[in-house]
Design a binder for this molecule. Structure first.
Ligand SMILES: Cc1ncc(COP(=O)(O)O)c(C=O)c1O
Length: 415
């Protein structure tokens, strides 16, 4: 199921009905982003609630077509803005994937029941396990033998899942930085050579293993699907060793386009892989995406404060840096800055675009949003929107240089 693009201008590949230029104004969910920036100030994140709901619905539709029982858990590490989490709860379309006691407690505070929370963490402390023990309904996946042993000491008899490591990974553009397994040995999950010992340890502590969990990387798109299918095949080797298995959690990692040449994930093709391998095993299938649900619902608005040529480079300085959205800087993910106001679409004709380098306001050399990116002319005081800022941006922000302040708002569409 591919998304219909609403634009014929290649540079505006990201336009869709709810995020597009209307009369020169960049709009999200029907709101002029320049107006929002002017009235509320910047830095500011805006998220389109309806986009989030529709992404969840698409996942439901695709998983529904597998004919298997399924559950969706939203990975709140991607974005934990309370109104957004509360909104997801009210849709009834997803539970929560949490990875720390704080996330678990925050999700409960947003109205989720412990039974709707799937918990998969790493380097788990005894204090973390003490808190989990107080929530017998929460679904726990252990990612190490140590966690199995210490959880077993606290709650014998509990049903658990095991996070496995298939020693293979996938990630956006085959970027190694985005892979959680494969290549080098990683901290995530239980490897095949330790799996029998993990099952024995669980049995020794009267823990019932009823789930297998794997999450191997982030941002996979159509070119990565064949490799993802290989991962799934390897995981079935683990699954077949667990008598009485009820459910398989395939983690998150579903990607979305970041540049013109990226195709959206074909959810039918994705669901067909699930059907092929888990259908015959007749288990419940679970997913816990973060990015896929929220990333393209959100934009980060910044204001241009400096336009200046230094040697041969035209710099555009903005009032926010890498501390507000680390992915382009740390993971090399493409970043798409868009002016909030243009005269008209002709402003995007190739001959009118000018390459500029967009610099943040943090005193670190890496604080460059994008280099030599062709944009319509910008002036000091203009607003820029960074699209695909709904996931792993505000949630990963820091107060470096004491520039960590921003506002967030969940938008409900207006005509
Ligand atoms: C265990 C686990 N599940 C789910 C996710 C969500 O991944 P994504 O946002 O790429 O879907 C992550 C991300 O780090 C994760 O570690």
């Amino acid at each position: 199921m591919l998304e219909h693009a609403t634009t014929t201008t290649p540079a505006l590949w990201w336009e869709r009905d709810d995020l597009c230029f209307k009369d020169g104004e960049l709009t999200l969910a029907g709101y002029s982003l320049a107006e929002l920036a002017r009235s509320g100030g910047t830095p500011a994140f805006f998220y389109n609630a309806e986009r989030i709901r529709s992404k969840l619905q698409r996942l439901h539709d695709a998983l529904g077509r597998t004919g298997l029982p399924y559950r969706i858990f939203y990975a709140m590490k991607a974005n934990r803005f309370a109104p957004l989490l509360t909104f997801i709860r009210t849709t009834g379309l997803a539970g929560i994937d949490a990875c720390s006691p704080q996330e678990l407690q925050f999700a409960l505070g947003c109205g989720f029941n412990a039974e709707d929370v799937s918990y998969t963490a790493t380097s788990v402390s005894n204090e973390d396990l003490d808190i989990l023990a107080r929530h017998p309904g929460a679904i726990i996946n252990c990612d190490s033998l140590s966690a199995i042993r210490r959880l077993g000491e606290r709650c014998p008899g509990r049903e658990i899942g095991l996070r496995i490591n298939p020693a293979m990974g996938v990630g956006y553009g085959n970027n190694q930085l985005l892979q959680y397994s494969g290549g080098r040995t990683t901290k995530f999950g239980i490897y095949a050579e330790h799996f029998a010992e993990a099952l024995a340890l669980a049995a020794e502590h009267q823990l019932k293993v009823t789930r297998i969990h794997f999450h191997v990387g982030i941002g996979y798109l159509p070119p990565q699907l064949p490799l993802w299918e290989e991962v799934v095949k390897v995981c079935t080797g683990f699954i077949d060793q667990v008598p009485g298995l009820k459910s398989v959690n395939m983690g998150g990692g579903l990607g979305l386009p970041h540049v013109l040449s990226d195709q959206p994930l074909d959810l039918d093709e994705w669901a067909a892989i699930i059907q092929r391998h888990f259908g015959p095993r007749n288990v419940e299938v679970c997913v816990e995406p973060g990015d896929f649900i929220v990333k393209d619902s959100g934009v980060l608005l910044l204001q241009v404060n400096t336009v200046e040529r230094k040697q041969q480079v035209d710099f555009v300085g903005v009032n926010g840096g890498f501390n507000l959205a680390v992915e382009p800087f740390f993971y090399d993910l493409p970043c798409e800055p868009v002016p909030c106001r243009i005269e008209d679409k002709a402003a995007y004709e190739p001959q009118r675009l000018k390459p500029v380098t967009i610099a943040g306001n943090i005193n670190e050399a890496l604080d460059i949003w994008a280099e030599q990116v062709p944009l319509p002319p910008l002036a000091e005081g203009d607003y820029l929107a960074f699209i695909n800022a709904g996931g792993y941006a505000s949630a990963m922000s820091s107060n470096h240089c004491m520039r960590g302040q921003f506002s967030e708002r969940l938008l409900f569409p207006r005509e």
